[in-house]
Ligand binder design. Structure first.
Ligand SMILES: Cc1ncc(COP(=O)(O)O)c(C=O)c1O
Length: 387
């Protein structure tokens, strides 16, 4: 066995991966409240959980067809049609949005291609691009409002640019892009004949404004793969059941890669996801209202603690500037926070290709029970007056 680290493996794992592991270990060792990881501490709706059990008992336990089980593909198509008026040519079920994104990158990008993404970006994007031999090019979202410069986006396009990989509502910033911004993105895609993958996993978790799918903009339906999953909307992140839908040619490219990544599975969860999507509107609206209240609870707590809060319009993440707490580096703050206050958070810089601009920002998740948020806020409050 070679003793040097495997170059390919270390190329794919950046600071982002190691800090998540480090923070989870710190949370465990110090008994801290973990607001670093973005998953809910409450289960999804009982009828959805029951649907999974019933699917197993009904014998849906073998490989699914490669595109996904028909009831789920139909439920995804119906969701897109009734919620957004979108008629997709094809639908592919995947192991979470993550697999849809990786398979889309693999199926659509050649080695040496460039993929434009808003920076900061969800941590799998860079690895997904690297799998394909492509390079991620960041267009900065500028705090505190998290807007991008349309001229900067246009200038990021080169002759190697193949794809725009969008995420709205956006992790880690909580930004929900508005129509004007989406129009600027669409104009660049159309002008340069780019394909787009639009990651919309937080589509139901919007508090201010509205979620506008990129594919609904003129000229975009024919060049966009819309990606989502049930993890966030139904508080079942561990089910990893997602999808990509769009033009037949783009879905076929993604499917070709997915076929040799994992083929098809999670069959009972696919059936349960179909049942879940039937109640997406009511459940999504209820969850968004609950999360909005939780957002305000945590934001108020962070403000009382002295941090400067960048209140999000969607998702379940809030960023706070910790300079008023005496830290200009979020990484140092996050390493000390568990010992000092018994809370774990994640430095926003780990989501950035260009970390300097967000150095003093820290991301907190508020998809936790109210009592947990209140306890975290109380602990953070003690940062100001150390005993
Ligand atoms: C922006 C974004 N995309 C994709 C995912 C992953 O989705 P899934 O669990 O369905 O793979 C996440 C999860 O945190 C996310 O924040």
């Amino acid at each position: 066995m070679r003793d040097a680290p495997f170059a390919a493996a270390s190329r794919l794992t950046g600071l982002g991966t190691s800090i998540f592991t480090e923070m989870s270990a710190l949370a465990e060792r110090t008994g801290s409240i973990n607001l670093g990881q973005g998953f809910p501490d409450e289960d999804g709706p009982p009828e959805v959980l029951r649907a999974a059990i019933e699917a197993i008992e009904a014998g849906h336990n073998q490989y699914a067809p490669l595109p996904g089980v028909p009831p789920l593909r139909e439920a995804i198509a119906a969701h897109q049609r009734s919620r957004y008026g979108l008629e997709h040519e094809d639908v592919q079920v995947t192991f979470g949005a993550t697999e849809a994104i990786s398979a889309g990158l693999l199926g659509l990008c050649d080695p040496g291609d460039e993929v434009i993404a808003l920076d900061p970006f969800y941590d799998s994007y860079r690895a997904g691009a690297a799998f394909a031999g492509a390079r991620l090019v960041g267009v900065p979202l500028q705090p505190p409002k998290w807007r991008f410069d349309p001229a900067g986006l246009a200038a990021a396009v080169t002759e190697r640019t193949r794809m725009l990989l969008l995420n709205t509502p956006h992790n880690p910033t909580g930004r929900v892009l508005d129509r004007t911004e989406l129009e600027a993105i669409a104009a660049v895609c159309v002008k340069h004949d780019l394909v787009a993958i639009s990651d919309e996993v937080y589509e139901h978790l919007v508090f201010d404004g509205e979620h506008v799918p990129l594919a609904t903009l003129p000229g975009m339906a024919e060049r966009t793969l819309t990606v989502s999953s049930i993890g966030k909307t139904f508080s079942v992140t561990g089910w990893k059941t997602g999808w990509a839908c769009g033009p037949a040619e783009l879905v076929a490219a993604l499917r070709g890669a997915k076929q040799f990544m994992t083929f098809a599975g999670g069959t009972p969860l696919q059936h349960a996801a179909a049942a879940a999507l039937a109640i997406a509107e009511e459940h999504g609206a209820r969850l968004a209202a609950e999360l909005e209240a939780k957002r305000d609870r945590l934001c108020d707590g962070l403000e009382r603690a002295g941090a400067e809060v960048l209140r999000p319009a969607g998702t379940y993440f809030v960023n706070a500037d910790v300079r008023p707490l005496g830290y200009d580096d979020g990484v140092v703050f996050c390493r000390e926070l568990p010992e000092r206050a018994g809370v774990v958070a994640i430095p926003t810089s780990v989501f950035c290709a260009d970390p300097g601009r967000v150095r003093s920002l820290v991301r907190f998740a508020f998809c936790k029970r109210e009592a947990v948020i209140d306890e975290a806020a109380a602990r953070l409050g003690r940062l100001r007056c150390p005993t």
